[in-house]
Design a protein around this ligand. Sequence first.
Ligand code: 3HC
Length: 329
Amino acid sequence: MYAQEVKSTGKGVKSLDEMDPQERAFQERIDADIKIEPKEWMPDGYRKTLIRQISQHAHSEIVGQLPEGNWITRAPTLDRKAILLAKVQDEAGHGLYLYCAAETLGVSRDQMTEDLLSGKAKYSSIFNYPTLTWADIGAIGWLVDGAAIMNQVPIQRCSFGPYSRAMIRVCKEESFHQRQGYDIMIKLANGTNAQKEMAQDALNRWWHPSLMMFGPPDDQSVHSAQSMAWKIKMNTNDELRQKFVDETVPQAEYLGLTVPDPDLKWNEERGHYDFGELDWNEFYEVIKGNGPCNRERLEARQRAWTDGAWFREGLVAHAEKRASRVAAE
Ligand code: 3HC
């Protein structure tokens, strides 16, 4: 079955024969595409992997508001400002659904926040790059939300009910985000020479970091084999990266822009684009905290957490007061 197939490529994934009866029954439900719900028994590793992935995903949505929020006051027209504002608000909503999905697994919002602020929990590498021009907002919508969709559409079919259901709404909204980004790129690419240059410059800076969003190459991915056996992930990092390149290169051609990769070439035999090696040192430096904006992003989240303390305390005090009034009635 699925677990055994993955074992042939995966590291450390148990076959059905190696599992105890409870674990085997669990894996068989996953293999049969039956959703797992929060109160049901699950292996410890399954719970931990989900908490790690969902909370990191939630943090990415929340931190992802920062580079774009930076442009809300400087959007070039009222329409662009309203659209960007709506998009950034959507990202906040995605973060909240995802925190709720993770909470069903027994981790608290405070714990997840603490893990983000202490650097224990990651968030997507892509949000550690700066947004230098308005074209970056177009490139983020087109490429970053495009990569997010590529990764998240398959997760709609993942084995954990609350995560898969959250992904359905998230993906609908991400599609709107991707279109708004591409729309900005169309306008710039068909504008003045200076605007076209700005669009090209944004593509030059965001292309490689966007490809890195899919995670390290499959032979360096620690979690893929087990996560795929559990259907927490539905595809490998390299599979999704290739799919993204294949779909996005024609979009760049339509814009009249050049993908910044001299090794990019259609391979007739494979039916896919070949593309150049990514700078994985850069990726590992960014996820270790040494990217261009890591410090700034975490400082912003720390400030929001500290400044919001009075509000959280007020909410708890109100809830406690209400509970004691209800108990007295
Ligand atoms: N950024 C930061 N860390 C990354 C990463 C990235 N782009 N890609 C991989 N990593 C980390 C992993 O978290 C893991 O570290 P950990 O053990 O400390 O958690 C390590 O690198 C090894 O990578 P693996 O391939 O073994 O890790 P995964 O199996 O978890 O795969 C993933 C990584 C593909 C990102 C997977 O976790 C995933 O599909 N996550 C859900 C989607 C998600 O989080 N997307 C964030 C994108 S941004 C977004 O959605 C916002 C939108 O508004 C654009």
